[in-house]
Design a protein around this ligand. Structure first.
Ligand SMILES: *Cc1c(COP(=O)(O)O)cnc(C)c1O
Length: 333
């Protein structure tokens, strides 16, 4: 199976903003786009994206998961980067139409079709370091993906980083390339120096998120995760898992918490921790590395509550349990 995100369907929906209006969406070959070498995005990182999935159900239908949440966040990222305003309804239609066109290529569970809308500044103007791009391009790339857990249940090692931060604090809600660029070097260092899988960014002890996923702590019947503020990315999976935890009668606590509290709770034998995101859904965290010492989270293995929450989310996505929250959108009807 190809590595996640390296396989693409041959066509994609695309639309261009010329400074005044968006061009009608059209389907084009997905292997190239043309832009000026002076395009704003290539110099000043005026780019953002979304990641959502389409699932094949047993009755042959194809459903997108929480597309309206992703459209709202895409609109927000574009606004925070001062890109031309997008029309969420128009982008949603580009996604529905292109996924419907390729409905036969949506893999069966546990695979899915990963949908990657992308928006970036195209204005050829290398003097606009402190001004927005007047023009932009928006496309919807489609990538069939397999079972994220095919290699067995992963249990991650996270390095706790209290001195650095993932991105500038005012930019945390932007799902965009610039923030990933900023997180890359600390993550590479953590892999090299500590054999960590990811960095859990905890500036001044405030437990935030990793490079591309939100962090949740499960202590008995309570789920604890950082409350929403502009310093980090508000995951759709995070919101979904918290909703399912409430459905199970768990106490959901959204508040700031420190590295000290995290390590205290992690030492309890029943404690669990996990990362949430569209790609991996919910992945167990087995080990925390802090100040040169390693700490197991609970037993250090995959916890039962993490498994239960992940299964509950997958069951809705795969059409195996009722979509009580109205999270699915049929692409063919
Ligand atoms: C995309 C992303 C997440 C997870 O968001 P989902 O909507 O759950 O996929 C978390 N953190 C960062 C930095 C992200 O880019």
């Amino acid at each position: 199976m190809a590595a996640f995100g390296t396989l693409f369907l041959p066509e994609m929906a695309i639309s261009w903003f010329d400074g005044k209006a968006w061009s009608p969406a059209e389907m084009v070959a997905s292997d190239s786009i043309q832009m000026h070498p002076g395009a704003h995005v290539l110099h000043y990182a005026s780019t953002c994206f979304e990641g959502l999935k389409a699932f094949r159900h047993d009755d042959g239908s194809v459903k997108l998961f929480r597309i309206d949440k992703n459209m709202a966040r895409f609109e927000q990222s574009s606004r925070l980067l001062a890109l031309p305003p997008i029309n969420p309804a128009a982008v949603k239609k580009m996604i529905l139409d292109s996924v419907a066109q390729f409905a036969a290529d949506v893999p069966e569970p546990p695979g899915s079709l990963y949908v990657r809308p992308t928006h970036f500044g195209t204005e050829p103007a290398i003097g606009k370091a402190a001004a927005p791009s007047a023009t932009s391009c928006l496309y919807v790339l489609l990538s069939p993906v397999g079972d994220y857990f095919a290699g067995g249940d992963a249990c991650l090692r996270l390095l706790l980083d209290e001195t650095g931060m993932r991105c500038a604090p005012h930019n945390g809600m932007v799902k965009g390339g610039g923030n990933y660029a900023s997180a890359l070097r600390p993550i590479m260092n953590a892999k090299n120096d500590h054999q960590a899988d990811q960095v859990l960014f905890c500036p001044n002890g405030d437990v935030q998120e990793t490079g591309a996923a939100n962090f949740i702590l499960i202590d008995g019947n309570e789920v604890i995760t950082k409350s929403l503020d502009e310093s980090f990315l508000h995951g759709v999976t995070r919101d979904s898992i918290l909703t399912l935890a409430r459905d199970f009668g768990m106490t959901v606590t959204e508040r700031n918490f420190s590295v000290t509290e995290l390590l205290e709770r992690a030492a309890k034998p029943h404690c669990e921790a996990a990362l949430s995101g569209t790609a991996a859904v919910l992945t167990s965290v087995g080990t925390l590395i802090h100040d040169g010492k390693t700490y197991s989270v609970g037993t250090g293995g995959v916890g039962p509550t993490t498994q239960k929450l992940r299964r509950a989310l997958n069951d809705i996505q795969w059409g195996k349990s009722e979509d009580v929250h109205g999270w699915l959108t049929d692409v063919t009807s």
